[in-house]
Design a protein. Sequence first.
Length: 445
Amino acid sequence: MFGMPRSPVPFKNVMRTCGKATRACGKATWTCGLTTSRSCLCWIGILCAAACSDPAPVRAQQTPPSEPELIVADLPTDPAAIVAVVGQTPILLADLLPKIDARIRMAIAKSGGQQPPEDQLKIARTNMARGLLVQAIQNKMMRESFLLQQVGTQTSQQRAEADAKLTQRARQMFRENELPELMKQYECSDLAELDDKLSAKGSSLLLRQSDFIDMMLGHLYISGNVDKEPEVSMAEIVGYYREHQEEYMKPDRARWEQLSAHFDKAGSREEAWKWINTMALEALYGGNLQAVARKMSHGSYANQGGVHDWTAKGSLVSEPINATIFLIPENKMSEIIEDQRGFHVVRVLGRKAAGYTPLAEVQDEIRNTIQKQKIAKSQEKTLRRMHKMIPVWSMFPGDIPGAMPLPGTAAPTPVQNSAPVQNRASVQNRDTGNTRPRYTARANP
């Protein structure tokens, strides 16, 4: 299409292998805790794709952990078994199982009913449990941090009373805000129907409410400890501009009007020649090229009066038009231009020489960028402080910085050919003085 910037080559987002499916779903690789391996690449890819289709409530902004290695472990057989303890709050296997089972059902359905090999299914269940447990621990940690911030060193009874009050307020917000959205999203007329549809997804109204309460209190903790509008000095703006100056380099640009007579629409080259001459004469003597373009031009910009907004030199498909708009005088109609699609006449409305965008034009944009960076750093600092403040025991301690092994659980085994990563528990350890959680976990069978 002449006179228009070149369109990028379309990228076909076709996941030809399950490995690509796993890589394409960045959200799922954290959500499920899965990575590719030679032994179960196919089923892990399918399970990741299934996880992507499962809508989840919006969580507080966090930096996802680096992709963990694939492991295999014996999950407890009792749904009431404790798989993690966060502060004084236990997390049960039953909190994770419905989502795991629902995602496996979805994966089997997507594969046409094909059952995965038992060894691959075990690996997939283990690593989905890991990812879901990471989410649950993070939500509980933020909730515990907020509660600790509110009650300080008060007695356990006062803590329980404060927890009940905060939970009641969050539950009310769930009913007033989240519940109507869920009813609309799942197109339900009553709560029983909604609960059935959530159950098919591995969730329930009770679980969604519990997740919402944890995340709401966690969001309050993050919001209360992060400056939402940090100050940005002019010196910081200037420094950022100088450091990223190449990003603000602009090439030669032009803005112009265009009349076009295409060979295919005119019927032949001869008819197109007659048509472009008719339009050019009317624009020349009538003085309104845009009106002629709206009425007679074949160009894609005809409805806009043939006006093309600022376009960089060399970015047009039509080389003859590209050359002309950077050569002819401004506000003068060109001679008739021919390219492989037809005949054209242009009039340049303005040109801008290559150069750097002035700081005055981008300082607000830079200020917003620096503010976002400062907010992100403040959030990371708050999360690091939270990890130091709240003790965590987990069945998979390597997935949470500073977490301790849950007593009575065996260490997981890395899967052969799984991509190795650094054990994050060894990166950031914490001297808490705690050796056991308050709750006793069940031993794996």
